[in-house]
Design a binder for this molecule. Structure first.
Ligand code: GTP
Ligand code: NA
Ligand code: MG
Length: 291
């Protein structure tokens, strides 16, 4: 009975919000890293995927999304692979266009939201005004007798960070997130690129099963065999279970973000499926350009 082999898995939490409202800084504060410093112009341009372990050994997976207006698609994608959205709103700036867009993506994805009112250390911070303004977008926080949890945080002082983690874990517990670990993996491509030294590389989020080195797979119109798995700290790992973000090396080509990676029994099967899908894609393209 497959039900019996379901085990709990970490929540996948996507951080969304307007440009420069402090998403990456908040994650840096939670992880003890300094990603912001390495970003060109301090602007996030891709989806970062990380896992953190709390003091009492609970794991959470975080996806950091760009707040820049140009990255609407990435925000939508983030919302679609997530269990919980943390909406970051800077207490000194308030509700802005990409805040509203993030609210829409979250509602469209049907995902619960937690509001993190950040930069609360700033003298001009006005969290109460933000709670009121959120009402206009049908986000009703607990203070306003709604059911959306909110928390005031500061990446600078560390205020509210433990409370934010608690609220995420509480929400995750209510959702009773489970997956099978003991089966062939399925994963979703978060991002993919052609790396000069390493060839095609895809960052995937495992959705079920355990992805292992040596597995043969098909992903979109590409096939491959896992040559190496690299975790969010740049360390090679043997395998990756549900909710784990990992870089996959050994792809035949660069897949598309959103493609599903499926482990299949052997390389021949992987090539067959990939070739079939390539033909389908070509046929579709030809059909659309034909008179
Ligand atoms: P994009 O990914 O480009 O949309 O930006 P972001 O939302 O990730 O914001 P980022 O973390 O890059 O922070 C933007 C600026 O706000 C930086 O200068 C941070 O130092 C500053 N900042 C972030 N969080 C805080 C905070 O809690 N307090 C204060 N005072 N400044 C903060
Ligand atoms: Na920024
Ligand atoms: Mg950022």
């Amino acid at each position: 009975d497959p039900e019996e082999t379901l085990q709990s898995r970490p929540p996948v939490v996507t951080i969304m919000g307007h440009v420069d409202h402090g998403k990456t800084s908040l994650l840096d504060a939670l992880r003890g890293t300094d990603v912001v410093k390495g970003e060109a112009g301090g602007i996030t341009q891709h989806i970062g995927a990380y896992q953190i372990t709390t003091k009492d050994k609970q794991k959470l997976t975080f996806l950091d999304t760009p707040g820049h207006a140009a990255f609407t698609q990435m925000r939508a994608r983030g919302a679609n692979v997530t269990d919980i959205v943390v909406l970051v709103v800077a207490a000194d700036d308030g509700i802005m266009p990409q805040t509203i867009e993030a609210i829409h993506h979250t509602k469209a994805a049907g995902v619960p939201m937690i509001v993190a009112i950040t930069k609360s250390d700033k003298p001009e911070a006005n969290p109460q005004k933000i709670r009121e303004r959120l009402l206009e977008h049908e986000v009703i926080v607990e203070d306003m007798s709604g059911d959306v949890q909110d928390v005031e945080v500061s990446a600078k002082t560390g205020a509210g960070l433990d409370e934010l983690i608690e609220k995420i874990l509480l929400q995750a517990e209510l959702m009773d997130l489970k997956a099978r670990y003991d089966r062939d993996a399925e994963a979703t491509v978060i991002e993919a690129k052609l790396d000069k030294g390493r060839g095609p590389v895809a960052t995937v989020l495992v959705t079920r099963g355990t992805l292992k080195r040596g597995d043969t797979f098909v992903v979109g119109t590409e096939s491959g065999r896992v040559r190496a798995l690299v975790d969010d700290k740049g360390k090679q790992v043997k395998d990756a279970g549900p909710s784990v973000p990992v870089e996959v090396l050994g792809l035949g080509g660069v897949p598309q973000a959103g493609d599903v990676l499926t482990v299949v029994e052997n390389e021949q099967r992987a090539r067959e499926v990939a070739e079939y899908r390539q033909q389908q894609a070509t046929a579709k393209r030809t059909a659309t350009v034909a008179p």
